[in-house]
Ligand binder design. Structure first.
Ligand SMILES: *Cc1c(COP(=O)(O)O)cnc(C)c1O
Length: 417
């Protein structure tokens, strides 16, 4: 469910025509819907209203300050994977005691910053990280609240590059080592053991891997408690998918029901780290057609957005729905929609059915709110594109387009040249 609909033949974000934004902002640009972000957050939160749960939005999915502020106002916490993300979360008013710090490679500088900020929980992923955190905490004369991220060895069944809970993946503490690590940590002066965490992957379209992982980790919580560890928090990660195409995705209410059943009787606060689910369908990438190009067996539609703006199709073979912003001709024909970048992989879609599109006509690449703008780069010396947030009949530019002066100004030519 989202708020991108046709009104009088024109695709709108809530009450604002995308064509109007395109005229004022230029293309390409990302456009987000406040109502969709809020709805997704609330639907997810609703499932856990009867239990003690904290929702920490996974900032890496969309870290625009206006998006984060929208979520902060709804009561969301933040799951951060870098010092920069923690800064963003704090900047929009998310309280430190609702911030989780994840990631396999937190540096000492980042650990120190997070500890001084007073975050809720460090999700520790290795023994060297535990040692570093202990040392940093002792130096600061404080103690770090931790959960170990354990690797449950469960295949999320989604794309290889976004499955994170299998034995060979770089994430988490090996399952068999968990008890030993909790024992070591509980004897450290700078460490306060508080929880257990997992995150098995992203874009899951099936509850089954979640259920197996949650039941497995619930067993671990019980045995850790029996061994005398005070486990008061269980962080179950993110990962619930969204329908990019025609996938059947379980409703968040079903996910909540299953989760509550799988963790029943643990007497733990639950933490969730949804990212994609909250913002994925709350964003579109609006792009204009540059040329149509015909070869003997193909029609290419070359658009002004490219893989540097949205890399998901190239990186994950991801499917994104692509629609004409102006409802056109019902007669559709197959085209390959490609960007201008000098890479064969710069393709948004192959053999997609679209009405006749002319130079300058606008297209919307849907479901681009998560892992879109955040993964953009300046490859091919293309300026980073703007982000716009719509709220009812208003909109605001929440990140302006990078200028050529800014782009060139970052480089420096050494004196000897
Ligand atoms: C990426 C990530 C998430 C969010 O995943 P989604 O699929 O966007 O919900 C949550 N937790 C951790 C540790 C992550 O790395």
């Amino acid at each position: 469910m989202d708020h991108f609909t046709y009104i009088n033949g024109q695709l709108h974000a809530e009450d604002v025509a995308l064509e109007r934004i395109a005229k004022e902002v230029g293309t390409p640009f990302y456009c987000y819907s406040t109502a969709t972000i809020a709805r997704h957050y609330q639907v997810f939160a609703e499932g856990f209203k009867d239990i003690k749960a904290t929702i920490c939005f996974a900032v890496k999915a969309n870290s625009n300050l206006a998006v984060l502020k929208t979520l902060a106002n709804l009561g969301s916490g933040a799951d951060c994977v870098s010092m920069g993300e923690i800064m963003r979360a704090l900047k929009v008013g998310i309280k430190a005691d609702k911030i989780v710090f994840s990631g396999v490679g937190k540096t000492r500088a980042e650990l120190k910053y997070a500890l001084e900020a007073g975050i809720m929980q460090f999700n520790v992923e290795s023994e060297p990280e535990l040692n570093a955190l202990n040392e940093v905490a002792i130096e600061l004369g404080s103690t770090a609240p931790i959960a170990f991220r354990v690797n449950p060895d469960i295949d999320a069944g989604s794309h290889d590059k976004i499955s994170t809970g299998r034995k060979g993946d770089k994430f988490g503490i090996q399952w068999e080592k968990a008890h030993e690590m909790y024992e070591i940590a509980s004897n450290m002066e700078g460490i306060d053991v508080q929880g257990v965490s997992i995150h098995i992957g992203s874009q899951l379209s099936d509850l089954n891997p979640f259920e197996r992982a949650f039941e497995k980790v619930a067993g671990l919580v019980r045995s850790l408690k029996e061994a005398g560890h005070d486990i008061k928090r269980l962080d179950l990660g993110g990962g619930l998918g969204i329908p990019y195409n025609s996938e059947e995705i379980p409703h968040p209410a079903e996910y909540a029901k299953m989760t509550i059943a799988a963790t029943k009787g643990l007497d733990c606060e639950l933490v969730f780290e949804p990212g994609r689910l909250i913002v994925g369908n709350a964003g579109v990438l609006v792009t204009a057609a540059i040329y149509e190009k015909y070869t003997s067996d193909r029609k290419f539609l070359i658009v002004d957005a490219a893989m540097n703006d949205l890399i998901r199709p190239t990186l994950y073979d991801a499917h994104h729905e692509i629609v004409a912003v102006k409802e056109g001709d019902p007669a559709k024909r197959p085209v390959d929609i490609v960007g201008p970048i000098c890479e064969t992989g710069d393709i948004f879609a192959k053999r997609r059915l679209l009405p006749q599109v002319r130079e300058g006509d606008l297209l919307a690449i849907r479901s681009a709110g998560a892992y879109g703008a955040v993964q953009s780069s300046g490859y091919n010396s293309r300026p980073i594109i703007p982000e716009v947030l719509v709220n009812g009949s208003e909109y605001a530019i929440v990140r302006r387009r990078e200028t050529y002066a800014e782009m060139l100004g970052k480089d420096q030519i050494p004196e000897w040249l």
